[in-house]
Ligand binder design. Structure first.
Ligand code: FES
Length: 163
């Protein structure tokens, strides 16, 4: 890491710590901190986990469980837009497998892969509690569902236009 990269890295650490301080004591501070950590760093690194453990007093066991079993969080650096297709029961009943097939075809990648331009990465996720919108796709932390994910070309055009 050169000096500039080190400065940027430290700025990111400060940003995460500042955020945690602002939400300290609120309900769901751990999840919100993980989301923020992933937003800032692109993934949940050991440093991110250690900051959250230290600043929120949450146990490392709990944090590891959430990062491990919640498909929204990733332990490796993903694309700018991390696509999570929900394969929970309700989403599957509403056509999530077809949505996943279309996403894979459109992006030309498999689950766990990243596009060559590093813009998109793809994973499957479990129920995110938005079953009313099924089938659901989560892009970073934004939830999309229903008709808006059924036309995949239109959907990705919308995501790309948000850049
Ligand atoms: S099953 Fe997909 S959001 Fe609940």
């Amino acid at each position: 890491m050169n000096i500039l990269e080190k400065d940027i890295y430290e700025e990111k650490i400060d940003e995460l710590k500042k955020y945690i301080k602002e939400i300290k004591g609120t309900n769901g501070e751990m999840i919100a901190s993980l989301y923020k950590g992933q937003e800032i760093f692109g993934y949940i690194s050991e440093d991110v986990k250690n900051i959250i453990i230290k600043e929120t007093m949450c146990s490392s066991k709990k944090i590891n469980e959430i990062v491990e079993f919640n498909g929204i969080f990733t332990k490796t650096l993903k694309g700018k837009y991390h696509i999570g297709v929900c394969l929970g029961e309700t989403c599957c009943k509403k056509g999530a497998r077809e949505v996943l097939k279309n996403v894979k075809k459109y992006l030309g990648i498999e689950i766990g892969e990243k596009t060559k331009d590093e813009l998109f990465s793809l994973d499957i996720i479990r129920c995110v509690g938005a079953c009313g919108l099924a089938p659901v796709i989560v892009v970073n932390k934004e939830i999309y569902g229903g008709n808006e994910v059924k036309n995949i070309e239109k959907f990705f055009l919308k995501i790309k236009n948000k850049k």
